[in-house]
Design a protein around this ligand. Structure first.
Ligand SMILES: Cc1cc2nc3c(=O)[nH]c(=O)nc-3n(C[C@H](O)[C@H](O)[C@H](O)COP(=O)(O)OP(=O)(O)OC[C@H]3O[C@@H](n4cnc5c(N)ncnc54)[C@H](O)[C@@H]3O)c2cc1C
Length: 454
């Protein structure tokens, strides 16, 4: 590989804060709000895009506010975020679902607004359009990050950094050990979400409820589709028919999500295998291929799925969504066994209710492994094994491939974010490293904010 030498140079320190949150997705929003909550700390959140929300903005429902037993297992700030959306008529109820535990439809644009409102009220300084490119580490302790923007290369110094980039960008640059994917490095594929209008949702509902053999659903009983919002996962037979008719479809299951408007469906069916989101060439190929797939998937829906005859595309997500990327190795690596055995953790800081849901790295199918009940997630998953002053929350926390396939849903990521922000705040108040924080104090603060810890 050709390389050049970049000369050392002096760069400007743009800010010096108590807590710096990198990444404004579900985890980052909650982390920043929790860190700033009592108004004593200077908290900054930086985001590479021009809006907050990360994957909350790409047309996805928030899954698993409810757990397998039907009780609500994600509360606290994540529930407060939902209540704000609800007050703006921008969210559905938390609807129970056999496959997803629960689904909560949200308006992706209102999510951006509500996130910013929450951070404004908490006093968080938000800086957009900056990309964290490196970590400043001295003697095994993070001191801040290097950012790049139209203003050039600058530094932001911080007593504590919370990496909520989804890709563990800061942790990786700080020298934290990271992993990607399964034992062969295979990662769950990305998807470009898009939205169709002009859908006769009642016709689709009727087809599933009246002819369940022809319009088959995975796991979900057809009664679930009689009323309210829904997600289809199935119609495998329809896909087989369409493939016989020569339509190229990248997935084996038809995943359709009702929007808030009556004739709106969000389509979760593009899929590009083999994409590494940390390599821009690979991610670009993902964007390119996924965009082309929109047209064959829509042809399939129009010709083979009732209700889509007059459907037309109104928007696609601003970016192809990443299901899986780097995860860190933390003080504790959370596993599928922890989930399936419902292991108890004295240092539990969040509870997840979503099953293990692995979109295969190859082919077009998925494996789901259901758990009997919700599961606790320990604090050690947020704490890197070897760098002080750093916490990592969201889909890049310390999980193995299978566990991450469960904890990656946005409700759980929000709960992890709130826990990280709370721990950062309490550690600074007590003058200790986040790795040495009194977890009982963190748990008490989380419970006081309405969180559920099992
Ligand atoms: C196609 C798809 C379907 C899914 N379906 C569902 C579903 O139905 N329901 C559900 O609940 N979950 C679903 N998920 C999972 C869920 O969306 C994600 O796992 C979750 O959003 C992760 O949250 P996060 O905050 O960790 O990361 P993200 O949502 O990825 O947010 C990370 C943020 O950090 C910013 N960022 C990244 N790097 C940098 C950097 N270096 N500097 C500055 N900013 C940076 C990004 O711009 C982004 O805003 C799905 C995911 C995908 C991709």
């Amino acid at each position: 590989m050709k390389t050049i030498n970049e000369p050392a140079r002096e760069i400007k320190v743009r800010a010096d804060v108590d807590v710096l949150v990198v990444g404004g997705g579900p985890a980052g929003i909650m982390a920043a709000e929790a860190a700033a909550r009592d108004g004593k700390l200077k908290v900054m959140l930086i985001e590479s895009r021009g809006y907050l929300g990360g994957n909350l903005t790409i047309g996805l429902p928030i899954l698993a506010y409810l757990g397998p037993k039907g009780n609500q297992v994600v509360k606290g700030s994540a529930e407060k975020f939902y209540q704000r959306l609800r007050a703006r008529n921008a969210a559905s109820e938390h609807k129970p679902c056999k496959l997803h535990m629960s689904l909560t439809i949200i308006d992706p644009d209102e999510a951006k607004t509500v996130a910013w409102q929450m951070l404004d009220e908490a006093g968080v300084e938000v800086l957009m359009y900056v990309f964290a490119t490196d970590a400043i580490v001295e003697d095994g302790r993070i001191k801040g990050v290097i950012i790049e923007s139209k203003a050039g290369r600058e530094a932001i110094l911080a007593k504590t950094v919370i990496d909520c980039t989804g890709d563990g960008d800061v942790a990786f640059r700080a020298g934290v050990e990271c992993h990607k994917g399964d034992e062969k490095g295979g990662m769950q594929p990305p998807t470009l979400m898009y939205c169709l209008k002009g859908v006769d949702v009642q016709r689709l509902r009727d087809a599933i409820t009246e002819e369940p053999e022809k319009f088959d659903m995975d796991v979900m009983p057809h009664e679930q589709f009689r009323k309210g919002k829904f997600i289809t996962v199935g119609l495998r037979g329809r896909i087989n028919e369409a493939r016989k008719a020569g339509i190229d479809i990248p997935v084996d299951r038809t995943i359709l999500i009702t929007g808030l408007a009556d004739d709106e469906i969000w389509v979760n069916m593009t899929r590009v295998n083999g994409v590494d989101p940390t390599d821009p060439s690979s991610y670009t190929r993902g964007e390119h291929d996924a965009r082309k797939q929109i047209y064959s998937v829509t042809e399939y829906l129009r010709r083979f799925v009732p209700g889509f005859e007059k459907a037309y595309m109104v928007r696609s997500a601003a970016f192809t969504g990443i299901r899986e990327s780097r995860v860190i190795v933390g003080k504790y690596v959370f596993t599928a066994e922890d989930i399936l055995q419902g292991r108890h953790f004295d240092d539990a800081i969040a509870v997840g209710g979503y099953p293990v849901d692995i979109h295969h790295a190859e082919g077009g199918d998925c494996t789901m492994i259901f758990c009997d009940d919700a599961y606790q997630i320990p604090y050690g998953t947020l704490v890197p094994a070897n760098v002080e002053g750093l916490l990592v929350a969201g889909r890049c926390s310390s999980m193995n491939h299978e566990a991450m396939a469960a904890t990656r849903v946005m409700s759980t990521c929000m709960a992890l974010g709130e826990a990280a922000g709370t721990a950062a705040r309490i550690a600074l108040e007590d003058g200790v490293d986040p790795s040495k924080v009194d977890v009982k104090r963190v748990q008490k603060a989380l419970l006081e904010n309405g969180a559920y810890l099992g």
